[in-house]
Write a protein that binds this ligand. Sequence first.
Ligand code: GRF
Length: 205
Amino acid sequence: MNIAVLASGGGSNLRAILNAIHRGTIPGKITLVVSNNSTAGALEIARSHNIPAYHCSQLHYPSEEAFADALLRLFEEHGVALIALAGYMKKVPSLIIERYRNRILNIHPALLPAFGGKGMYGIRVHQTVIASGATVSGASVHIVDEEYDRGPIVIQKQVHVYPDDTPESLAERVLTVEHEIYPQAIKAFVEGRVKVEGRKVTVDA
Ligand code: GRF
């Protein structure tokens, strides 16, 4: 199965997925990496693995529809069947969500639906978790639909929040869990073990 990864940042989740593919754990292939950020580390990682890497931003297009058409053309050119958002900070055009219904995944650094939604990304998530007094946090892989961070959950894993945690120390522990569960979720998807019925997701062992 051909996978497209959309990323805006350093690409540590992209690297984790690539490592799992190279280990033979995921029987799939990343055929395309797209970033809205021309200096994203994720684009460098793609290029170093000879994966087609594109800087593609809605700012370069007259409308969301034109941007969506450009993305769709890239996905079709590269035979994309599954889209993985990996630190992607932009809204996915609704045309893409419709065309790839239930085939777009995202990784979020908290236990959704808690600490998700508009503006909840990066270090702010962990600052909010700590400020809330929560004693557990974690990471979530979910299906992307029209509502930000509200799609049905595929895999989640908890981490403890310690009294002396800083947002940075918590972020680091959560990121480690992200690198564990994202490849697991993608593997399940590629192996056809993920069933989505409305808001219910089952992952067969
Ligand atoms: C990660 O914290 C991830 O949860 C969020 O984006 C951040 C950066 O991801 N979605 P990456 O290192 O660029 O993969």
